[in-house]
Design a protein around this ligand. Sequence first.
Ligand code: ASP
Ligand code: MG
Length: 469
Amino acid sequence: MRVMKFGGSSLRNAAALREVGRIVDEARQSEPVAVVVSAFAGVTDGLLEAADSALEDYGHTQEVFGGLHSRHLTTIEELIPATTRSRIMADIQVLFNNLEDVLHGVHLVRECSPSTRDLIVSFGERLSARITARWLSSLNLNAEFVDSRPLILTSERQGMTIVNIDESFRRLRKGLKPDSCVPVVTGFIASDAAGITTTLGRNGSDYSATLLGAALGASCVELWTDVDGIFSSDPNLIPSAKVIDHMTFEEAQEMAYFGAQIVHPQALQPAAERGIPVAIRNTFNSTHPGTMIAPNGSLPEQPVRGITTINDVALVNVEGSGMIGLLGVAGRLFSALAAKAVNVIMISQASSEHSICFVTRSCELTSAVEAVKEEFATELESRLIQRVEEVDNLAALSIIGTRMRGTIGLSGRFFGALGAQGVNVVAISQGSSERNISIVVSEQDAAKALRSVHTAFGLDGAGASHAEA
Ligand code: ASP
Ligand code: MG
């Protein structure tokens, strides 16, 4: 069986849902299918806006609510024949009444806890899955709406929502019967042991899909979106960037960590663990094969598969002769950053131990420097640490590929290409997994650096998409 997940953009209007219907119908001819859906495009954001405004400006909440309501009704009217519309209209109305009650409750008590927010956003997927199921049924696909909340169990650990994998798999296997119908399952939402609605985090529907795929032993998990696949680099920056036809889980995860807006690394984990291929497909160009993420196997020769950049980053350099051989400096440094919720993107320390530098988003720079200065106040005063230097307006650039490991001369090519363009490298970091080398350059140099490296590794034009040839 196959899991097919459709993201919000694939469900943005009736025309998009018609494509979805065609795609599911075709897939169903060859094997059983389970469908997972996100909320319609923009609906999760709308629901959050409604929740936030309910605290102060209920008029605005009502406006947003009205927009969401009519949007769903219009989609139903455009999609489902009038003669068979009454039940879905009634179901949707119940949900909207319920949502209105919750929003009004928030307004009355002027309080919206994280659980209440989760409950409010859950309406997005509960609406879209119901409508999609009704639509697929009208195509004689024998679809059945499934609420994922009783099937995916989460718990709180150190302020994080985690999925209880074993119990969720048990419930999913028991609750879903893709052999006899097409389950249309709400992505993104789950519940805790007390039955309270929880969510798997923004864009969590991909994770729902791979959990389902892993639980049911799917042949493939398809993530349907509105782009052709994962590109060798951001096509907005590099027009010659091409869709990567096959890549490994590690490559996809590295690409996601380093800024490519594709699949959340966590979302790939259940599929990666069980070796279930994950395909990225375009709902609006469904004959395009997309990107297939699969375990290592037929790896292309090309060592570098993708290049990502993250803009608006800053670097902090902590330097001092007193740091040499001083135990616990790194531990204290990163604990202090974590305590201020600063996310570290890159770290580099030379073996002289004279300095440690790390890279964060520019918007976190002030907190980062504060954290360091507070933590090392004594060392700064006694001159064990001489400098906490900050450099803003930088960009991080990473080259990524499973075959980079052990490929000799790769760094030479990388830095050669940069040098030839006169790009100054501010910092370098390579993990010993050798699947990623990251550098930091000034923001002005970022586009030039990206272009020259993309070309140097043969990713332009036919290079990327026919890498296996
Ligand atoms: N609807 C949720 C969001 O927008 C989940 C998803 O789309 O995957 O974050
Ligand atoms: Mg989404």
